[in-house]
Design a binder for this molecule. Structure first.
Ligand code: SF4
Length: 496
């Protein structure tokens, strides 16, 4: 296939940013190596694709890959001519643009339904763009389309036994809604072909389009000239303000002019950076600490939210806690006990986890979590799934206290936080002796990948043992870090 041909994914990339399209076609070497979590996304996408085919079974699969597009076009033509009712990955070429469609389904009158499969739970504009380019090319290539359908994951589906593809997906007929989008396609195709034929990359500045609707793979390249701590790190900064600051030649936080209108949190952040001093509101922190009631329970979950629920009772993308760490201190100054639970990866981790929570979190005292909304959501969803333990779980959820609040509310801001209030940013500043660096499992995503490896059942015994140990170290560190951060805040309050 000629190098001047645009593909569907390149068209969507070009709509997001023409520079990204140009770089993709000319400077793929600038794309950094894939992050470890990407393979999981691919695996999940393939699993959804398999289920989607089970929803429209018996199709002819056009297996030729992107290096053999002429073969794919020939195989598609052969499938059409042989009367195939359903075609997977059908190829069509028109207007120097080639698309591959997830599912084409032939109707009795010879027209076709185009079905685009998405591992998402609703419709958004970028999916309409995706369907519009396919509809335009398919029609141009001679397919008479009757309907354009988006098949996305039904987030109300609850697993009971084997996954039922009919109820797992929701089909949305977008034929009418798509019309204005299809009308815009020819001009966009021409514009993007002009980009492709140019010898130089289009001049496009960085901005919100670098991560929306998709994370652009050239961020490392385009954002490299930004200072380490830039105006983009200002908390909840709006695009309009970024444009104004850049218009005044300001990129570094330390250079933000005094007269520039900022939110309270942003003002504090700028002041900290300019003075290189922490901002600490001892009275406000003290008032938060006064609401703590012993025994103190420090709680942290690790969770997975797979698109395809692995166990009964779960919905698609529902958070499934598989691990918990709890540090408990009965009274002020008392020794701190540690309790933990980790699913074995062979069966649903939630029943064991629920028992651990119910027996470790007493009916009184504060439950401390960092970004407690998430732990609250997990506790409430476990309460719904395990009614016998609902009372204890809901009681714990109602006693949650957010250790992130002093930082999120800008009562404590250090220039070294660099605009973040995450525990990973706060801990090294407040407790320099503790770090997540060099931990084999050192963040939530790595914990998920490690647990998925346990679930796969493919780990040799020694590797399995090591993975279990690494997961326990990581989750245990999260709650012990909370113990230390709270102690530091108490010390600061004590120095009032
Ligand atoms: S990082 Fe942003 S500006 Fe650069 S190519 Fe991607 S979307 Fe375009």
């Amino acid at each position: 296939m000629g190098s001047g041909v645009l593909s569907k994914s390149q068209y969507v990339r070009g709509l997001q940013c023409p520079k990204s399209l140009w770089l993709y076609r000319n400077r793929k070497d600038l794309i950094p190596p894939s992050p470890p979590g990407l393979q999981r996304n691919f695996d999940q996408g393939h699993a959804i694709g398999r289920l989607a085919r089970a929803r429209f079974p018996g199709g002819v699969d056009i297996t030729a890959d992107y290096l053999h597009q002429q073969h794919a076009l020939d195989s598609t033509a052969a499938a059409v001519n042989s009367g195939a009712r359903t075609i997977y990955e059908a190829a069509a070429l028109f207007d120097k643009t080639l698309v591959r469609s997830d599912i084409l389904n032939r109707n009795a009158d010879g027209t076709w339904d185009l079905v685009e499969v998405k591992g998402a739970t609703d419709v958004n504009d970028v999916y309409l763009q995706d369907l519009a380019i396919q509809a335009y090319i398919l029609e141009g290539a001679g397919f008479r389309l009757r309907r354009a359908i988006l098949m996305h994951v039904n987030n109300q589906y609850v697993r009971r036994g084997p996954i039922n593809p009919k109820s797992f997906f929701t089909l949305v007929n977008l034929t009418v809604k798509l019309k204005p989008f299809i009308k815009a396609v020819p001009a966009e195709v021409r514009r993007l072909h002009r980009v492709l034929s140019s010898s130089a990359s289009p001049k496009i500045d960085i901005g919100p389009h670098c991560s929306s609707p998709y994370e652009c793979s050239f961020q490392e390249h385009c954002w490299r000239r930004l200072p380490d701590y830039s105006i983009y790190d200002l908390v909840r900064i709006r695009e309009g303000k970024i444009i104004q600051l850049k218009g005044r030649g300001v990129l570094k936080i330390a250079e933000v002019p005094e007269d520039f209108p900022l939110s309270r949190a942003q003002e504090i952040q700028v002041l900290c950076e300019k003075t290189k001093k922490a901002h600490i509101e001892k009275v406000a922190i003290g008032e938060l600490l006064d609401t703590l009631v012993y025994p103190l329970h420090y709680l942290d979950f690790e969770t997975l939210n797979p698109a395809i629920p692995p166990y009964d009772g779960l919905r698609p993308f529902q958070q499934m806690p598989f691990q918990a760490s709890i540090h408990v201190q009965e009274t002020e100054g008392a020794p701190i006990k540690h309790v933990e639970y980790l699913g074995d990866g062979r069966s649903d981790p939630r029943p064991g986890l629920v028992e651990c929570l119910a027996s470790s979190i007493s009916g009184r005292g504060t439950v401390i979590a960092y970004n407690a909304g998430f732990e609250g959501q997990c506790l409430r969803s476990l309460a719904g799934a395990y009614p016998k333990r609902a009372k204890a779980l809901l009681s714990a959820a109602n006693r949650l206290w957010d250790l992130g609040d002093p930082f999120r509310k800008s009562f404590y801001v250090d220039p070294a936080f660099k605009g973040s209030w995450s525990i990973k940013a706060v801990l090294p500043v407040l407790v320099p002796s503790m770090t997540y660096k060099n931990l084999p499992v050192g963040n939530g995503e790595q914990a998920q990948l490690a647990f998925l490896a346990l679930m796969s059942g493919n780990l040799p015994a020694a590797e399995r043992k090591k993975t279990v140990r690494n997961l326990k170290i990581y989750c245990g560190q999260d709650t012990f870090a909370m113990v230390k951060i709270l102690a530091k805040l108490q010390k600061i309050r004590g120095s009032c």
